[in-house]
Ligand binder design. Structure first.
Ligand SMILES: CC(=O)NCCS(=O)(=O)O
Length: 358
């Protein structure tokens, strides 16, 4: 289809897919998540204000705050700024390589401060292959200029980011996404989805979607992409661990044929701040769901990641870091009945197939 056919496109240029190695398909190395700030709940009952667990916004990161940050990651603005952690992320990526990691897909798109120059530096400094993301995040980050564009214009922007480079650089994106959608999907997001599908049809490239926080959202996104000519077999549905909980519903969705991504490994919280009706699964429950999907015949469709997008999850701040899956989840999978070849599919073969341009 293009000169990228049969290759993976990293921020350092086209790559032989066999060189990728173990790949986290949904991470952020630098981004801002300020758009998703949620004020923390105020303590009720008889709590003395002196003992309040609500952090002052000016408070620095301290050990005594880490449990609070795990429970309220979006309630502290400093935690949402992953853009100034270059040195810590570089150290983490070196540790990721030592743990056997080869590549990460960096899903930061327009709206949450994509920084392709930083990704290129990090990749050069660490030897980790980094794939950058084209396109737009959720509606609340769309500018008036974005909202004003036609589907054709949006398609041109996305195609240009893959073929020529994004944000005024010559650094070319290797996936479209994460394309952000809310629930219900807004008009501006629908246009971006249609443009994504058209760009994918032209380029034969991988696509990755951030669905809205409702169990009906993934199927609705797939419907819109399909109608606009997208290639569902080359599309990832992210964040399924906070979106579809019922196993029957999950199997129904899996039949659509996209990749099924469990990418919030390392996130353990009592109340999911974006949807209090949701009981966020633990890592053990995530592994159980993956085992269920394997039993149902979907081992060629599963992808995993940690989707690090806040500071408290970096090892610098006591978090699990980018190596969590390799160091802790893989051994757990092997004790829960996964074969080494199934683990290799999830970490190596499935990402490679998805990321290779048609
Ligand atoms: C960066 C990003 O969009 N992460 C997903 C957070 S969510 O809570 O799963 O929506």
């Amino acid at each position: 289809m293009t000169e990228l056919s049969g290759k993976v496109q990293t921020v350092l240029g086209p790559l032989d897919p066999d060189l990728l190695g173990r790949t986290m398909t949904h991470e952020h190395l630098t981004m801002t998540f300020d758009c998703c700030y949620r004020p923390p709940p105020t303590p009720g009952g008889d709590l003395d204000p002196e003992d309040s667990v609500v952090l002052d916004q000016a408070d620095p990161f301290e050990m005594k705050h880490m449990f609070w940050l795990q429970q309220n990651p979006y309630g502290h603005r400093a935690n949402l700024d992953l853009g100034r952690e270059g040195d810590a992320v570089r150290e983490e990526l070196l540790a990721y390589r030592r743990a056997g990691g080869g590549a990460v897909v960096e899903n930061t798109t327009t709206g949450i401060d994509r920084d392709l120059e930083a990704l290129r530096r990090l990749s050069r400094d660490t030897g980790v292959h980094v794939v950058g993301g084209a396109g737009f995040y959720v509606d609340c980050t769309h500018t008036e200029a974005t909202r004003g564009m036609t589907v054709e214009q949006l398609t041109d922007v996305i195609v240009g980011e893959v073929l020529h480079g994004a944000d005024g650089t010559d650094i070319r994106c290797g996936v479209i996404g994460e394309i952000g959608t809310s629930w219900p999907i807004t008009d501006s997001e629908k246009k971006v989805l249609r443009a994504t599908a058209r760009a994918q049809a032209q380029l034969g490239c991988p696509v990755i979607i951030h669905p809205g926080r409702d169990s009906a959202a993934p199927a609705e996104v797939v419907r819109i992409l399909q109608e606009a000519g997208g290639d569902i077999g080359k599309t990832v549905m992210s964040h399924l661990d906070r979106t579809i909980f019922d196993h029957g519903e999950l199997l129904e969705f899996a039949k659509q044929g996209c990749y099924l991504e469990y990418d919030l490994f390392g996130t353990e919280m009592l109340n999911y701040p974006f949807n209090l009706a949701v009981d966020m699964p633990s890592d053990s429950q995530r592994v159980q769901t993956l085992a269920f999907l394997v039993k149902e015949g979907y081992e060629d469709r599963i992808l995993v990641a940690q989707d690090i997008h806040t500071k408290h999850r970096l090892t610098k701040y006591g978090g699990h870091g980018y190596s969590h899956i390799l160091k802790n989840i893989v051994p757990k999978m092997l004790t829960r009945g996964f074969s080494q070849s199934q683990v290799d599919k999830v970490l190596i073969e499935n990402p490679k197939r998805w990321l290779t341009f048609k």
